[in-house]
Design a protein. Structure first.
Length: 93
């Protein structure tokens, strides 16, 4: 039996370590939050020009945040396997 000189990585980590995936995930979420904050300032300018129905606006913001989280979790992390933090771990039931 031939054994590898390198030990296997512990379960829940990738061969390249955790630094790369953590940095890419952090950059991705930082950019998304910057875009979100920028988008929240847009109604301030809009408010000067027209009447804004705030109930409808708050509902749209909540729905947008929820859809983004669902898309990021299911499509990016599970289907496309982009910016995995714990590779090789099945988090579904």
């Amino acid at each position: 039996m031939v054994r590898s000189i390198r030990p296997s990585p512990p379960p829940g980590t990738s061969r390249g370590g955790r630094t790369g995936p953590l940095i890419s995930d952090g950059i991705f979420h930082t950019l998304i939050w910057l875009i979100t904050v920028w988008g929240l300032f847009m109604p301030a300018d809009l408010r000067r020009h027209i009447h804004v129905p705030w109930g409808r606006w708050a509902t749209a913001v909540a729905l947008g945040i929820g859809v983004f989280q669902l898309f990021d979790g299911v499509v990016n992390h599970k289907i496309l396997r982009i910016h995995q933090i714990r590779s090789g771990v099945d988090l579904f039931f």
